[in-house]
Design a protein around this ligand. Structure first.
Ligand code: NAD
Ligand code: UD1
Length: 339
């Protein structure tokens, strides 16, 4: 059985469905700090499968240990954590507590209960601002400055040390670039209120006709002046998790893989993709650069392609279509998609 921590969140819920559809036994732990109980029904209705859910916090040792004792868990996919850079700057200790303490807790209890397979949600943000793109896993990292990125960097270091002292323990560190997209059913996707990322901001401008999208920066040294990122469909990203889990079953140690599409798209290109599917214009204005943003970055994904036999299948058009299909299904009164 696989434990999915944070399994009611954006990425964890897609992972749960994928595993259930492959008839894998799973259980989910979530404290609902950034999700809700309704997600459980959505996972059930899409997968048509049963699974166990436990409400609780990954920092609660008694709770996690009782779960490990009760269930026959042989792997943990650890999504539970906080993910906003700006929030982390306002409340660093909450980020260190949830992300670092939560992860240490899980791996210590895994050791105690002889559970040896661990997949960790890291982020491209660990590369910081020291290297020109594309970024590959061999680049040397320095501790990043914002608390969110620092928490991911520190956990990566902890995992590298942990496997040295615990030879049977295997860890897969996945550095996500920009996951977007939604489940093809349209029932599940990223919550629009969840932070100030580009996709929720675009959707917000579609929902509220009097609001416009702020495009942060038109003077970057990029072909059209707007920022470039590597967007990856959530379903491709989750596929990478299952392949990483298979890999660590036969390979000891701590392994790192980038999960991105390997391509960069600018903010203006993303807007154009939305406009072509919507068959209408998006209301946007240029604003100054957002503090902390880099002009451009994207991933080198050769390592995951070669070692995991993984490659992303969904195009940027697929990602945007699925996002709009989700909006269309959840807010039918908006009549977002024409046909
Ligand atoms: P999310 O907020 O949608 O999901 C996280 C889930 O974990 C939520 O359901 C939340 O309630 C739960 N949770 C948080 N703290 C918890 C705790 N202490 N105990 C139990 N449950 C807890 O986020 P997501 O987008 O699904 O991201 C999942 C992971 O991937 C996070 O660790 C995040 O840092 C990382 N990540 C996400 C992105 C992204 O763009 N979505 C990019 C890079 C890395
Ligand atoms: C951000 C986080 C990163 C996290 C990722 C999750 C920061 C600095 N980085 O990445 O750690 O892993 O989210 O997806 O917060 N943009 C606009 N208008 C908007 C919002 C964004 O123009 O309203 C632009 C940004 O300037 C950037 C691009 O869109 O060029 C993508 O931004 P965003 O979706 O916020 O992701 P990142 O900043 O890449």
């Amino acid at each position: 059985m696989i434990l999915i921590t944070g399994g009611c969140g954006y990425l964890g819920s897609h992972c749960a469905i994928n595993l259930l559809e492959r008839n894998t036994e799973i259980c989910i732990v979530d404290n609902f700090s950034n999700s809700s109980i309704e997600i459980l029904d959505k996972i059930k209705s899409i997968s048509k499968k049963h699974f166990k859910f436990y409400q609780g916090d990954v920092r609660d040792k008694k709770f996690i240990n009782a779960l490990f004792l009760k269930k026959n868990i042989d792997a943990v996919i650890h999504f539970a954590g906080l993910k906003s850079v700006s929030e982390s700057e306002k409340d660093p200790s909450e980020y260190f507590s949830n992300n670092i303490t939560g992860t240490i807790n899980i791996i210590e209890l895994m050791k105690l209960n002889k559970i040896n397979h661990f997949i960790f949600s890291s982020s491209a943000t660990v590369y910081g601002n020291q290297h020109p793109p594309p970024w590959d896993e061999k680049l040397k990292l320095k501790s990043p400055t914002n608390p969110y990125a620092k928490s991911k960097f520190i956990i990566e270091e902890i995992l590298r040390s942990f496997v040295i002292d615990n030879k049977e323990f295997r860890a897969g560190i996945l550095r996500y670039f920009n996951p977007i997209g939604a489940h093809p059913s349209g029932l599940l996707g990223e919550e629009i209120h969840s932070g100030r990322n580009l996709v929720p901001a675009i959707l917000n401008s579609l929902i509220h006709s009097d609001e416009y999208l702020s495009v942060y920066g038109n003077d970057y040294p990029t072909p059209d002046g707007s920022g470039i990122r590597d967007y990856i469909h959530v379903s491709d990203l989750i596929d990478g998790h299952l392949k990483a889990l298979n890999y660590i079953k036969t390979n000891r140690g701590c392994h790192v893989w980038n999960l991105g599409s390997g391509n960069g798209y600018s903010v203006l290109q993303i807007i154009q993709v939305f406009e072509s599917i919507l068959k209408r214009k998006i209301n946007f204005k240029f604003e100054g650069r957002r503090k902390g943003d880099l002009p451009e970055y994207w991933a080198l994904i050769n390592k995951a392609e070669k070692e995991l036999n993984w490659s992303p299948r969904k195009s940027i058009n697929d990602m945007v279509y699925d996002i709009l299909n989700h909006l269309n299904k959840t807010r039918p009164n908006l009549k977002i998609l024409k046909n």
